[in-house]
Design a protein around this ligand. Structure first.
Ligand SMILES: *[C@@H]1O[C@H](CO)[C@@H](O)[C@H](O)[C@H]1NC(C)=O
Ligand SMILES: *[C@@H]1O[C@H](CO)[C@@H](O)[C@H](O)[C@H]1NC(C)=O
Ligand SMILES: *[C@@H]1O[C@H](CO)[C@@H](O)[C@H](O)[C@H]1NC(C)=O
Ligand SMILES: *[C@@H]1O[C@H](CO)[C@@H](O)[C@H](O)[C@H]1NC(C)=O
Ligand SMILES: *[C@@H]1O[C@H](CO)[C@@H](O)[C@H](O)[C@H]1NC(C)=O
Ligand SMILES: *[C@@H]1O[C@H](CO)[C@@H](O)[C@H](O)[C@H]1NC(C)=O
Length: 523
């Protein structure tokens, strides 16, 4: 007991002594605002926004840490010495770099009509600040942007790009004003701010009504006829036309999905845009129509991601589609949404799918909070929602997922606009009247990953010396540096240290309800 307390005391002294606040170049503090929930938002305007700046790691023998906590820290940076000897803390997390897993593709959000409307509702200066927060080197390093093809629920009207009945040649295919005046210019500005080419990802919600069994964009309905038939062929060509039209504006897509939430279009009276596919229909549409059309197009290298729906449909959906070599040869990955994640353990859905089909990657394409009837819309400053994000991202990364895409990049204070009032939350909430935007705690959940895990970072093993409530995931980046992300949701009091056999011991304290990213050079 006495020995333990003196070790703890020594450790606290040591930690206090070697953890001076170090200023990073270009770093700016959060202007915190409390809206009466369990944590705060950071307010930004046309001339000011908090930022941790662009990050350079200290030399070998030191490490950087970044802390976000319910108590109000937001990516708070510190540096100190890696220790030669163990501090003797009870819990030790050991990096196992010889255990290598998946490589990261990236993190991002969606440029919906609603996101574009909200961003453009700000003054030019505030728009620029907002885009910089996500995409510039001083921002949080988003590299993925999901782009809905035509309208979805986060639109102000229902439309597709080919609403002329019977237009099987797509002669009247035309991008919408939402693309021309809002999404395309904003994507070009985001691309200009980003130090790397963005990974653009396209998803369609509904086919034109005249191609569908129910003659409407909403409700229960699927493509008329059979895979290989004229509606299925035209629907594949619609994707190709979309890629070609965006390419005219120098926006080239990394990937497309086979369609947003195909299970929604199988539900009676589904309230917004959807296109139903069973896994069998999706398999045959890819094998007979989409795959060959893409292969023959001017964009043959565009990745194809199946499912784009909740992971509880795995592994069944993947088994049906990927077991077929005619479909499988055109497919690169399986896209998952986070809704209902609580119902199915990650190992039974993501883990099993990865082990059955290790050549196909898993990718998170949609997530948001505030979507349930009892917990609806925007909650400014919610820490609980930020913990849900961080928990889900760590769990996904630890089950082979290579990227995680948030939903709307920005929403208004009611969580819209959304034509069916399916209001939800977003990491950035815009108040156009005051020309400000609020960065929610979930913005920092994303940042703890997106700013540090560059494309090509590889997950490695971490072993724990004893059972712990901490959640964590470790990576080696392409330059050899190491990154460890830790989430503390627990109420048990524990000290711990991180051991990287390549460099030494890192003494740690993760305060109550906090996210901690540690990063260090290894040569
Ligand atoms: C922006 O916010 C900063 C920090 O709160 C403040 O000093 C500045 O006056 C604000 N600028 C505008 C244009 O409101
Ligand atoms: C590390 O431990 C060894 C053996 O216990 C000791 O000799 C050495 O002085 C320690 N080094 C430091 C930097 O504390
Ligand atoms: C479709 O395009 C054709 C030829 O480009 C044009 O003549 C026709 O008016 C268009 N129809 C509609 C409904 O836009
Ligand atoms: C097109 O975008 C790429 C980055 O994706 C950029 O390097 C290039 O300069 C752009 N070309 C034009 C004509 O804007
Ligand atoms: C679907 O909508 C129709 C028309 O609004 C209504 O008559 C029917 O009861 C609804 N069905 C279900 C299952 O909600
Ligand atoms: C985690 O948070 C709890 C409070 O929620 C705190 O008591 C504990 O010390 C923290 N754990 C670590 C390892 O810092």
């Amino acid at each position: 007991m006495a020995l333990l307390s003196s070790i703890l005391l020594a450790l606290m002294f040591l930690t206090a002594e070697v953890t001076p606040q170090k200023k990073h170049s270009g770093s700016q503090k959060c202007v915190a605002r409390n809206f009466g929930h369990d944590s705060v938002v950071c307010e930004c305007n046309s001339t000011y926004c908090d930022s941790v700046g662009s990050i350079t790691l200290p030399p070998l023998g030191q490490y950087s840490s970044y802390l976000t906590s319910m108590a109000g820290s937001r990516l708070e940076a510190a540096q100190s010495q890696v220790q030669v000897n163990s501090t003797g803390a009870g819990l030790k997390l050991t990096l196992a770099r010889n255990q290598k897993y998946q490589k990261i593709r990236g993190f991002g959000g969606a440029m919906t009509d609603a996101a574009a409307i909200n961003i453009l509702s700000l003054s030019a200066g505030a728009q620029d600040q907002l885009l910089r927060q996500y995409f510039s080197p001083e921002g949080i390093g988003y590299s993925v942007v999901r782009v809905p093809m035509a309208s979805c629920d986060f639109s102000t009207r229902l439309y597709t790009y080919a609403d002329t009945p019977g237009d099987y040649n797509l002669d009247n295919f035309t991008l919408a004003p939402e693309d021309m005046n809002m999404k395309i210019p904003l994507l070009q500005r985001a691309q200009a701010l980003s130090p790397h080419p963005l990974s653009l990802l396209a998803s369609a919600w509904s086919a034109p009504a005249w191609m569908k069994t129910n003659g409407a964009l909403t409700g229960k309905g699927s493509l008329k006829g059979q895979p290989g038939g004229k509606e299925h062929k035209t629907w594949a060509q619609y994707y190709i036309r979309f890629l070609e039209e965006y390419a005219k504006y120098n926006l080239t897509f990394w990937a497309l999905t086979t369609g947003n939430e195909p299970s929604a279009g199988q539900m009676t009276n589904y309230s917004f845009q959807a296109l139903g596919f069973t896994p069998e229909e999706q398999r045959d549409w890819v094998a007979l129509d989409l795959g060959p059309a893409l292969h023959a197009s001017s964009h043959p290298h565009t990745h194809v991601l199946i499912l784009d729906d909740n992971r509880l449909l795995l592994p069944h959906w993947a088994k049906v589609v990927l077991s077929d070599i005619h479909a499988g040869k055109y497919i690169h990955g399986v896209a998952v949404h986070w809704y209902l994640d609580g119902l199915v353990p990650a190992e039974l859905s993501l883990g099993v799918t990865h082990h059955l089909y290790p050549d196909y990657y898993l990718f998170g394409t949609e997530a948001c909070s505030g979507f349930t009837p009892l917990d609806r819309g925007v909650t400014l400053g919610s820490w609980r929602r930020a913990e849900q994000y961080t928990h889900d991202i760590i769990e996904d990364l630890n089950h082979y997922v290579v990227g995680w895409t948030d939903w709307n990049l920005a929403l208004d204070q009611t969580g819209g606009p959304n034509w069916v009032k399916n209001f939800v939350d977003s990491p950035v909430i815009v108040d156009a009247k005051r020309d400000v935007f609020y960065k929610q705690p979930t913005f920092y959940s994303m940042a703890h990953f997106s700013k540090f895990l560059w494309e090509g970072s590889q997950r490695v093993g971490v072993s724990s010396s004893q059972k712990t409530e901490l959640e964590y995931s470790a990576f080696i980046r392409p330059d050899g540096s190491a990154v460890l992300i830790i989430l503390n949701r627990s109420s048990s009091v524990i000290q711990f240290e991180v051991w990287d056999p390549a460099v030494g011991y890192i003494p740690c304290t993760a305060p109550a309800h906090s996210f901690l990213t540690l990063a260090w050079n290894t040569h």
